[in-house]
Write a protein that binds this ligand. Structure first.
Ligand SMILES: NC(=O)c1ccc[n+]([C@@H]2O[C@H](COP(=O)([O-])OP(=O)(O)OC[C@H]3O[C@@H](n4cnc5c(N)ncnc54)[C@H](O)[C@@H]3O)[C@@H](O)[C@H]2O)c1
Ligand SMILES: [Fe+2]
Length: 405
């Protein structure tokens, strides 16, 4: 596309990132440095059972910071969970909200902070730029190596009225501080490690292969959250893909292998930084209806679908997929870009199989006659599909679902 506006790009992420084994124990000191005095911790029963709420509360107590715990987090949360957390915030009046958990709890914390600051209820904030201003600071403490929500300007919440996963996207949703401690992921069940780890791979692959920033015809200030890939997001995505190729299998099968946990937590963080500026694509648009129909997790769905999406996209970006194949450890020397790109599909399928993800949609109970309605639903996620390097209409989306079925 010929672009009349000089090409320019922007990169945004969380204000600060603290990374390393044991950094969760510094959360109290970090809050104290910022003159904060009362925290609401958004958690769930698994966080309590694993002793992670205890770790955070101990650290807050040592810095004389009061804390309240919202224990109502659930996987793939909906508006009711966000509204309940915001209600608790209104009663406890915290000056800090901590999202402790996987993407689910972090997303609840981010949107609850918006509702607490600006009133109304969660559903009022669906869409782009509907949060009118800053919120109390949010610290995001991921306990899965997956979503990257600790640095993103997005939260994904089910609109319970419509049984639809929708995004709240706003720069005001970015956490003030991401506290990324690999040791917190050691209690993750293997299934959660595998599924969230595959989601991180999907983030990196989609961020690396969306359209380039100069394909979007708008000035940086007028752009949506997703602005297309650019040099910073390319570098982040490459490192994330290499790390996942090297560490995901070990993280799943040797849960206490600290090097693997570190590699995966760094990968998920970098992939989150990459996609949050560059964008995501069809694997995400298709996962929302697939997840709703089959009651499967976000990472299982995006991971299952990724190779079929890549197969469709190959002709549009063969060199990029060839590089991804090499980063995942494939020997592609001497191959044409098209041949090497095929290896990318095979490498992802092998990784899926090795970490125990189902291979096909029929394996998770998707019904063939529902594929068309799912494709129609996926086609409504234009904020994702407009980033695709190859155009995607309902027929193309249905084609991808059929190959995945
Ligand atoms: N905001 C974003 O940028 C973004 C990006 C991708 C996905 N998402 C959303 O994130 C959600 C998925 O998040 P997820 O994959 O991290 O899983 P999750 O947060 O749903 O967690 C899955 C399960 O694992 C448990 N768990 C998590 N960490 C644990 C630990 N260390 N020890 C023991 N149990 C643990 C949780 O309690 C939960 O039951 C979806 O709703 C998805 O749409 C958000
Ligand atoms: Fe995702």
């Amino acid at each position: 596309m010929v672009n009349a506006i000089p090409a320019a790009w922007r990169f945004s992420t969380a204000d600060e990132v603290l990374f390393g084994c044991g950094v969760a124990e510094r959360i109290g000191v970090e809050a104290r440095h910022r003159n904060l005095s009362c925290a609401l911790i958004v958690a769930d029963p698994n966080m309590i059972k694993a002793g992670l709420v205890d770790t955070v509360q101990r650290s807050l107590r040592a810095s004389r910071i009061a804390s309240h715990v919202f224990e109502g987090g659930v996987p793939e949360p909906g508006t009711a969970t966000v509204n309940a957390a915001a209600e608790m915030a209104r009663a406890a009046r915290p000056d800090l909200i901590i999202g402790l958990g996987g993407g689910s709890n972090m997303d609840v914390a981010k949107v609850a902070a918006a509702v607490y600051a600006h009133g109304g209820s969660a559903a009022d904030y669906f869409g782009e730029n509907r949060v009118p201003g800053p919120t109390v600071p949010v610290f995001a403490v991921p306990t899965t190596a997956g979503t990257g929500s600790e640095v993103t300007a997005v939260a994904v919440i089910e609109d319970e009225a419509r049984h639809l996963k929708l995004a709240v996207a706003s720069p005001h949703l970015r956490p003030r501080l991401a506290i990324v401690d690999p040791l917190l992921t050691r209690s993750c069940p293997a299934k959660v490690t595998a599924e969230s780890g595959m989601d991180a791979l999907v983030h990196a692959v989609e961020a690396y292969t969306v359209v380039s920033y100069d394909a979007l015809d708008a000035l940086p200030e007028a752009r949506p959250q997703f602005t297309g890939r650019q040099p910073i997001t390319d570098a982040l995505a490459e490192r994330a893909i290499r790390l996942i190729g090297r560490h995901l299998r070990a993280a799943v099968y040797q849960p206490n292998a600290v090097a693997a946990r570190e590699g995966m937590h760094l990968a998920a963080l970098l992939a989150g930084m990459a996609f949050s500026s560059a964008g995501l694509g069809a694997a995400h648009a298709l996962q929302y209806p697939v997840g709703a129909a089959t009651h499967t997790s976000h990472g299982l769905g995006t991971g299952l679908l990724l190779p079929y999406v890549v197969e469709y996209l190959l002709p549009a970006a063969p060199k990029r997929f060839a590089r991804i194949a090499a980063w995942l450890g494939e020997d592609v020397k001497g191959m044409s870009a098209a041949e090497a790109g095929r290896r990318c599909v095979e490498a992802i399928q092998r990784l899926k199989q090795d970490v125990g993800l189902p291979m096909r949609l029929r394996d998770i109970g998707a019904r063939e006659e529902r594929l068309r309605p799912m494709a129609e639903q996926a086609a409504t996620y234009q904020r994702l599909l407009r980033m695709s390097p190859r155009p995607l209409d309902v027929n193309a989306l249905e084609g991808i679902l059929r190959s995945a079925w």
